[in-house]
Design a protein around this ligand. Structure first.
Ligand SMILES: [Fe+2]
Length: 297
């Protein structure tokens, strides 16, 4: 079906499209909003250029997609805690936030629907974000492995990223004064998610494990799980399943966290980068055994 209110320009074969004709500083009429949502479902990650929005406008746009999340470990703006500043100062030589392939907050029982990231200050070069299509990753597996994975549940927790012993977070915190991140024992709780999940809106199946938060398969030991998980992590981000977005000041990326992994490249040492992230709450992942009604649409 063609779009009437917006222009949708794919940026890669696998996923990702730039949307034109949308100004997010004012409320979208219902027809435009419906087209933005359809473009989001069809392209998995959507981009807007040259936007100028306040934190409040950022929040208002995000709220049309659902309730908003307040990050449990990284501190948001004082007056608008749903807006999480993601900052790397020019003097920071530590890791950057989001600098490995992952889905956001899969240590929640109900992981995020998606995040809307707005670029306030971007480096002259570098600092791109990559995205990978988890429908494609699932579809490309053999029928034998698909069957095996559909019978598996994975355990996720925040311990590797935010646990008291987390090396990743200590490295970021030590080199950076720019983000407040807390670590601790409340990062250790395990939650269960299906390894293959059905997208609640599109009905498509996608691979749902990630290197940062997935710990092991339920009923399997860590040692047993790791080889298959490592295979899936590498498979999921094959270059042909990805796109790469080059930021400019005023750019926005909105990814569907239910079927996309992302990776923030840390290749701009000596330059400052400041983003605002707002995250929309999602629902509990499930695997539909029967054909999902939305899949026929
Ligand atoms: Fe992330």
């Amino acid at each position: 079906m063609p779009f009437k209110k917006i222009e949708v320009r794919p940026i890669a074969g696998a996923l990702g499209a730039e949307l034109r004709g949308v100004d997010l500083s004012s409320p979208l009429d219902d027809e435009t909003f419906d087209e933005v949502k359809r473009a989001f479902h069809e392209n998995l990650v959507i981009f807007f250029r040259d936007q100028q929005i306040t934190p409040q406008q950022h929040v208002e746009f995000a709220k049309r997609f659902g309730k908003l999340d307040v990050h449990p470990f990284a501190k948001g703006l004082d007056d608008l805690p749903e807006v999480l500043p993601v900052i790397k100062e020019a003097a920071d030589h530590a890791g950057n936030f989001g600098g490995t392939w992952h889905s956001d907050v899969t240590f929640y029982e109900e992981p995020a629907l998606g995040s809307i990231l707005y670029a306030l200050e971007t480096p002259a070069y570098g600092g791109d974000t990559m995205f990978a299509n988890m429908y494609m990753a699932y579809d490309a597996l053999s029928d034998g492995l698909k069957d095996r994975l559909e019978g598996l549940t994975a355990l996720h927790s925040a311990s590797r990223a935010y646990g008291a012993e987390s090396r990743t977070s200590r490295r970021i915190a030590k080199g950076s004064e720019s983000m407040e991140i807390k670590f601790g024992e409340d990062a250790e709780a395990l939650v269960e998610h299906p390894v293959v999940r059905t997208h609640p809106d599109t009905g498509r199946k996608g691979l749902f494990v990630n290197h940062v938060f997935t710990q092991r398969f339920k009923g399997w030991t860590q040692e047993e799980s790791q080889p298959l998980l490592d295979y899936l992590y590498a498979h999921a981000v094959r270059p042909e399943f990805t796109c790469r977005f080059q930021w400019r000041d005023g750019s926005i990326a909105f990814w569907d966290n239910r079927c996309v992994q992302h990776y923030a490249l840390n290749d701009y040492h000596g330059q400052r980068r400041e983003m605002h992230r707002v995250t929309v709450c999602g629902d509990r992942p499930f695997l539909a055994r029967e054909a999902h009604p939305a899949a026929a649409e």
